[in-house]
Design a protein. Structure first.
Length: 217
């Protein structure tokens, strides 16, 4: 028995056994001797934490840079301003070769408050817009909704005016729309609720835009 064991006990087998005990000893030490909170980002090697090791819902979007979020194709739309005579356009988003702008104008005190949108495409694009409109004297108590669809052809590198609500000084106009911009290279979807409030002389547009290419690929 002893002779057979010595015959099979090679240098490689011995070293493997020693290495196994050293590794097990190290794991035991780490489990029993390292104080809580002593392992941080400085102690982790590159690529040590993979997606499978991250629990669901533990990482929020704040850890992702704005550039990465834009590359992934998700942009928040948030716009609120008082109407001015000049009504300088403000960029709502740039995504997938699409730039969407908004301007809030009032040519004179008491005149209509106009919320105008502009779209510029990097290549020939078709815009399909599904919308619901309502108007009244108080946006908190909406009136009857009028629904519809529109289609626009956006030439490449041409700033195209898309119109917009223009209520008088006693009314508001609200437009809830889903706009789909389709070109040869990209599909961009924007869902936006826009309000031109003539009672306050202010405009707002809130929603989100995303690059559908990322989801479908």
């Amino acid at each position: 028995m002893g002779a057979r064991l010595r015959a099979r006990l090679t240098y490689a087998n011995a070293m493997s056994t020693i290495a196994l005990f050293v590794a097990l000893g190290g794991v035991s030490y780490a489990a029993t001797q390292l104080p809580p909170g002593s392992v941080g980002t400085k102690q982790l090697r590159d690529q040590a934490v993979t997606g499978r090791k991250v629990a669901a819902s533990t990482l929020g979007m704040r850890v992702v840079s704005q550039q990465t979020r834009t590359t992934l194709g998700a942009i928040r739309v948030r716009y609120a301003t008082a109407a001015t005579e000049a009504g300088s356009p403000h960029t709502l988003f740039r995504l997938g070769g699409i730039r969407l702008e908004a301007a809030c104008r009032q040519t004179a005190p008491g005149a209509s408050t106009d919320l105008v949108f502009y779209a510029t495409a990097a290549e020939a694009t078709t815009l399909d817009d599904t919308f619901g409109n309502d108007t009244g004297t108080d946006p908190h108590t909406p009136g009857a909704v009028t629904a519809g669809t529109l289609r626009f052809d956006l030439p490449a590198h041409v700033r195209t005016q898309l119109g917009g609500p223009g209520p008088d000084s006693t009314h508001y106009f609200r437009n809830a729309a889903t706009a789909i911009f389709t070109s040869h290279s990209h599909t961009v979807v924007a869902t936006i609720i826009a309000i031109a409030d003539g009672t306050t002389g202010r405009c707002s547009a809130n929603g989100a835009a995303y690059l559908a290419d990322v989801i479908s690929s």
